[in-house]
Design a protein around this ligand. Structure first.
Ligand code: SF4
Length: 268
């Protein structure tokens, strides 16, 4: 069988966050009982992911705020065993929590393979100085992304929280979403607690019961009755058809430049 390569693979490790952003692209404030994913489940997700994918270009851990879950130092250490099978470990933080000494030590072991990004939300990112210092003292290089004031990254955020059904036929949805950056070049797959989805929106709309995903829209990584080959086939087909979430998602229109942009991180 052909090899299966993930362009981006994000494993969700927490739905807790220090901020409550109105237009959060992962809809975090809608989780009524946000929680950290336990270490054993994260490890199972990592093992299942590398059972399925031959190679991952960008491996990410996402939330929520990534430094909320304090078991992550052990997770970063564990993940090194697959170090030869992914190109980069990409982490983003909102700079409200300083990474622990254990996390910094574990992350520093990744060297150039680690891409640490800090989103600067101005006053909201009230630990930004300390976060930068902590990274520097651990020898970790990082990128700052500006999300406040007049020169915001990507011009700010979109409002993808209307959830209105497009009323389209499947062919129309396919045409509209075929070039969605999350599906075409980005191929931004997400895993949350044993389920692999084609993108963040499909993942979180499904987990929040905003939509009912079709069977073909996700892979149940914990289902021992389905062979690895079958699971790989489902994942391979992810981008050949639209998913239920596409019907209620505006992400595919971001590249047209017509969608209104809003200041990032406005709080509820
Ligand atoms: S349109 Fe939305 S749901 Fe569909 S692939 Fe793009 S981001 Fe995901």
């Amino acid at each position: 069988m052909d090899s299966l390569i993930a362009r981006r693979l994000a494993i969700v490790t927490t739905t807790r966050c220090t901020l409550r952003c109105k237009l959060c692209s992962n809809f975090m404030p809608m989780f009524t009982e946000p929680e950290d994913v336990p270490y054993t489940e994260i490890i199972a997700d990592i093992d299942h992911a590398f059972e399925l994918f031959d190679r991952v270009e960008w491996l990410q851990f996402v939330g929520g705020e990534i430094f909320m879950n304090r078991c992550m130092a052990d997770v970063y250490d564990y993940c090194l065993k697959y170090g030869g099978r992914f190109d980069k470990l990409v982490l983003m933080t909102n700079a409200t929590l300083i990474p622990s000494k254990e996390e910094l030590t574990a992350l520093s072991r990744y060297g150039k393979k680690l891409e640490a990004q800090i989103s600067d939300y101005g006053e909201l990112s009230y630990k930004i100085k300390e976060t930068c210092e902590a990274y520097k003292s651990a020898g970790i290089s990082f990128q700052l992304k500006n999300y406040h004031g007049s020169a915001q990254h990507f011009g700010g955020w979109i409002d993808n929280t209307r959830f209105a059904d497009s009323g389209e036929t499947e062919a129309e949805t396919q045409k509209r979403t075929a070039k969605c950056s999350q599906a075409s070049n980005g191929r931004n797959m997400h895993i949350l607690r044993g389920r692999l989805y084609r993108c963040a929106v499909s993942c979180f709309m499904s987990e929040l019961n905003i939509i009912q995903p079709d069977k073909r829209d996700f892979v149940d990584l914990n289902d021992g009755t389905v062979s690895i080959d079958e699971k790989r086939k489902t994942a391979k087909m992810f981008y050949k058809h639209p998913v239920q979430a596409c019907r209620r998602c505006l992400w595919s229109e971001t590249d047209t430049g017509k969608l209104q942009r809003f200041p990032a991180a406005e709080q509820l």
